[in-house]
Design a protein around this ligand. Sequence first.
Ligand SMILES: *Cc1c(COP(=O)(O)O)cnc(C)c1O
Length: 366
Amino acid sequence: MINYKLLTPGPLTTTDTVKKEMLVDHCTWDSDYKQITQQIRAELLDLAHVSPDEYTCVLMQGSGTFGVESAITSSVGKTGKLLILSNGAYGERQEDICKHAGLNYRIQHFHYNEIPDAETVKAILDEDPNITHVSMVHSETTSGILNDIESIAYVVKPAGKVFIVDAMSSFCGVEIPVAEWGIDFIISSANKCIQGVPGFSFIICRLDELMKCEGKAVSLSLDLYDQWKGMFDGKWRFTSPTHVVLAFAKALEEMKQEGGIPARNRRYTENNRLLITEMEKLGYKTYIDAAHQGPVITTFFYPETANYTFKEMYEFIKARGYAIYPGKVTEAETFRIGNIGEIYQEDIEKLISIYREFLASKTEKP
Ligand SMILES: *Cc1c(COP(=O)(O)O)cnc(C)c1O
């Protein structure tokens, strides 16, 4: 058995009890199973602070990107124009989605360590009336920055545009009042802050905007409208990832037992602060400043004076029980440490002691 915990932003470490749910081969046509799906959909609406009169939740097979691609391609379609606000690789991936689907889009780049600002967005919307939709990432896992979707919503909604948010690594790790902020489509997946296993994504959709998606999709399997129509009684349109669904139902139950979103946010935030404080004592600096650092993953500069490679550091830590992550920002040498998933204070403390041991082994004279 592999014996390490994941300090990566997905896949991430899950509980044994969540994994055990997958030992059953569940049938899908009967009411038991459809009931599980319906229950999951209803709970996700509650977690998003929306009412079923105004919103619905669609589950979509595949990883998180499948959900983002489904929402963008089904709602923008061939007739709309999407403004993408990007400050990381997941924003850039939305551009890639548009290119593949042949959608009309415009991308506004922001530096990876800066958040998209409302004034810039307002100016673009004033200047380009063809824009119908605006999309952005909430927690940019590329760097760990937490974008301010609320301030952007306040310029997107008065302008009458559809607002799409990739909240993959923030949904349930951070409170998001979806209805209050007027978000029309918000996407996350089974294997991020809810701590299920990978295999499906979910899209919380404002019903009146979802209705407008009929016939717009450019892909059969990612057609959000058809997936929703097919799922009305809890039946999945194509083969359901049954094991993943059972594990996810358990993960939701465990999140409730922990104390819901507030408790999860507290655990992630406290572990993240502890990690940063202790890493700074060891001489590592963060790429994102404290004001914008999100609670799930941290990018650290790779020290210029280091007499070791990332691979050496990674192997040393992995042999002692933890897998960390390479950096993804383009202009600097960095690495990342995630604290999303079944990770506790003792794990952070253990990681820090492994770092101390590693750094000591590098300063000893041979
Ligand atoms: C994890 C993640 C995704 C989805 O990635 P997949 O590899 O397709 O699951 C999308 N956006 C963000 C911000 C993410 O963190």
